[in-house]
Ligand binder design. Structure first.
Ligand code: ATP
Ligand code: MG
Length: 157
């Protein structure tokens, strides 16, 4: 296995989408990926690639759910794309009904570090860090059996 944490460099937005596609192809119901990184890091871009890997219909745009907080896309398994950036408190968090969603969908959450208690222990945590040359470093931390399987899916990428 690759050493932990795993670091990947994505030089372009297309690279980012390609890594997302590899993750999305491996995702199953109950899998959770939490994304963190500064504004404009590329979280939504990665989520768009994951949506492609999950076989979201090509005419369906995986947009940033910053205002909707949660978007759901029909796909090979239901794809739920959430964003905690505008979530104010635990009450709003509870209203999202994530626990029910984790049971029936593959889930990606942007800004997960704002409410880290909201996700299962076993999730894949991805930190996206911009580099001075304009590319992005992805740091992947697997937190259990499910998330380790997702990291494994990237090793041949
Ligand atoms: N690996 C990459 N290298 C260079 N540019 C990238 C890369 N990934 C994404 N980008 C570009 O960075 C910009 C911001 O991307 P994106 O909207 O995905 O960021 P975000 O992290 O979701 O932002 P926000 O915090 O506002 O939700 C886009 O123009 C996108 O094309
Ligand atoms: Mg975004």
């Amino acid at each position: 296995m690759l050493p932990e944490p795993h670091e990947i460099v994505a030089s372009t937005a297309d690279d980012m989408k390609a890594f997302g596609r590899a993750l999305g192809r491996a995702m199953r119901i109950g899998d959770v990926i939490g994304l963190t990184g500064p504004l404009g890091a590329g979280k939504t871009t990665l989520a768009q690639g994951i949506g492609e890997g999950l076989e979201v219909a090509p005419d369906r745009h995986v947009a940033s759910p910053t205002f909707a907080l949660v978007n759901e896309h029909p796909a090979r398994v239901p794809f739920v794309h959430a964003d905690f950036y505008r979530l104010r408190d635990q009450t709003e968090l509870a209203e999202l009904g994530l626990d029910e969603i984790f049971d029936r969908a593959a889930v990606v959450i942007e800004w997960v570090d704002l409410f880290p208690m909201a996700v299962p222990d076993d999730h894949l945590h991805v930190t996206i860090g911009p580099t001075p040359d304009g590319s992005r470093t992805l740091t992947l931390r697997a937190r259990g059996r499910m998330s380790t399987r997702l990291v494994e899916a990237l090793k041949d990428h």
